[in-house]
Design a protein around this ligand. Structure first.
Ligand code: RB5
Length: 148
């Protein structure tokens, strides 16, 4: 799968680990930075990732910051993005089944690396349920987005 990856300085370490894991597993990763631990602004990286997903250059996007909150807020400003902030894998499974989320946000300061790896695997491998009630709710989200 083609996956966009991005982080700020607060999550550089985990972003690199997730990038290596996904690359080894055969995914095609587009790394939007940041590329070191120097202080930077998370909106820059989350926005670049989200735009690449909204343009269809990448099927999914994964963004990581200290808490995951800043990057998720940013990504959800981009049209067509449904970014889910997850700190455990049950939410990762349900957001794929119910929300058809196309981006995942997580926090390096709030979860351990093994939990993060688990969330990523579950989120990437769970299909959207396709159920009419969920499709109708997603359509309502997009109607709200279009009306704003
Ligand atoms: C950076 O210090 C921190 O604010 C950022 O990583 C993130 O947690 C913001 O939501």
């Amino acid at each position: 799968m083609k996956i966009a990856l991005g982080c700020d300085h607060g999550a550089y370490e985990y972003k690199e680990i997730i990038k290596e894991m996904l690359t080894k597993e055969g995914h095609e990763i587009m790394d939007f930075g940041t590329y070191d631990t120097a202080s930077c602004d998370y909106p820059d990286f989350a926005y670049a990732c989200a735009k690449s997903v909204s343009r269809g250059e990448n099927e999914r996007g994964i963004v990581i910051c200290g808490t995951g909150i800043g990057v998720s807020i940013t990504a959800n400003k981009v049209k067509g993005i449904r970014c889910a902030l997850c700190s455990e894998s049950v939410s990762a499974k349900l957001t794929r089944e119910h929300n058809d989320s196309n981006m995942l946000a997580m926090g390096q300061r709030t979860i351990g690396i093994e939990v993060m790896k688990d969330i990523v695997h579950v989120w990437l491998n769970t299909p959207f349920s396709g159920e009419a009630r969920h499709q109708a709710r997603i359509a309502k989200i997009h109607a709200i987005e279009a009306s704003e």
